[in-house]
Design a protein. Structure first.
Length: 384
């Protein structure tokens, strides 16, 4: 009998010690993963307390079947995105970093703070985060149809992207960036606008994602002086030379996205653009030489009039102006695109949204799972 009680007491002590160790480990991770930094941000902005949900590791482990490989939506240079189901039935995307260092933690908390204050139909909605795990986790709404890059570069032949659809996506992204630049209480520069950071929902509406490198900007500030961050092919040459990022740097990157929508080309290619290797330069030369229509996607040329397509091309050209001061604002871009979209009348036999096959499952890419200090990409695929 005494031996039985001793065994029960020993087991109870073991469970208590194990639970205490687990609690201390979670507290240590919370502190290391920027929990104190987040609390400081919450103290300066009380609204963040209500907007930021802190999930437990137990909740997210259960949601992802303990981060099972078959739940992976996509992998990026610094992390992985999983599909999960919360206890209330909501489907979510959970971003899990690979490595944690001080700069990445700052980017992570920065993304939490920024997304907590953004409310726009074309920006991915943040649901919360978890800081008590070995690496921090970001929980956001699940966007089912992958990235704009995947849609444009689909090689299966199953997806035909109409000009109407391309115009709508471009207008939605421009509207989201315009909102970030001029409609939030403090202007926000995205700093990594690219097709792999634009997700598509069940109705193929655009959702701008990945705010790890984004920054708030005081209203009286005209630029940020920082280490150069961004992706090769989308990077504003003026910013690259001066290290001064302005709202017009986002405009330049959007101009490249607009070119991808027009041409279905990748932003960088060692085989398609000859010595240029750069879609922006290739496009500008085609404009100067008067044969820009020849580089457009066949569907775009078939469905659009020369006047409409040249209007979009001229807008892209202005976005890509080497002098940032001569570029339009995102608000001007959004307004102009909306005008072009509304004046465009597709013929009845054109392919529309309803004819785009729904992805059965999102594979390969789900935005960039993390942001890096300087994510230059010299290969053909900018999502790697």
């Amino acid at each position: 009998m005494g031996l039985f009680f001793l065994s029960v007491i020993s087991y109870a002590l073991y469970k208590i010690i194990k639970k205490t160790k687990a609690k201390k480990r979670k507290q240590r991770f919370f502190k290391r993963n920027g929990g104190l930094l987040l609390k400081q941000q919450q103290e300066t902005d009380i609204g963040l307390v209500d907007k930021t949900i802190l999930f437990t590791s137990k909740e997210l482990g259960k949601a992802t079947d303990q981060f099972n490989e078959n739940r992976i939506l996509g992998r990026g240079g610094q992390g992985t995105v999983y599909k999960g189901m919360l206890a209330d039935g909501r489907i979510v995307a959970i971003k899990k970093s690979k490595v944690v260092d001080e700069s990445q933690l700052e980017d992570f908390i920065n993304e939490v703070v920024i997304l907590s204050q953004v409310n726009h139909r074309n920006v991915v909605k943040l649901l919360g985060c978890c800081l008590e795990t070995e690496v921090p986790l970001l929980v956001s709404e699940f966007i089912p149809n992958g990235t704009l890059y995947d849609l444009i570069q689909d090689e299966s032949g199953e997806l035909s992207v109409s000009l109407s659809m391309r115009l709508q996506i471009a207008t939605e992204v421009a509207g989201a960036l315009s909102y970030l630049h001029s409609a939030t209480s403090i202007p926000i520069y995205h700093r990594d606008v690219k097709t792999t950071n634009i997700l598509l929902d069940e109705k193929y509406r655009a959702k701008v994602s990945d705010f790890g490198t984004s920054r708030f900007v005081s209203i009286d500030q005209t630029h940020l002086t920082t280490l150069v961050k961004g992706t090769f092919g989308y990077l504003d040459p003026e910013y690259f030379q001066s290290s001064q990022f302005t709202e017009k740097s986002d405009v330049y990157s959007f101009g490249v996205v607009l070119l991808e929508l027009l041409t279905s080309e990748k932003p960088i290619s060692f085989t398609r653009f000859g010595e240029n290797r750069n879609l922006a330069t290739y496009f500008m030369l085609a404009m100067e030489e008067g044969h820009v229509m020849s580089i457009f996607d066949a569907t775009v040329v078939k469905e659009g009039s020369r006047i409409e397509l040249l209007a979009i091309a001229n807008l892209a050209m202005r976005c890509l102006n080497f002098n940032g001061k001569n570029r339009p604002t995102m608000k001007e871009v959004a307004t102009e695109l909306e005008g072009i979209r509304l004046s465009y009348v597709p013929s009845t036999d054109q392919i529309n949204f309803g004819h785009v096959k729904q992805h059965e499952e999102v594979l390969l890419s789900y935005g960039d799972s993390t942001s890096t200090s300087t994510s230059f990409t010299f290969g053909d695929n900018p999502s790697r």
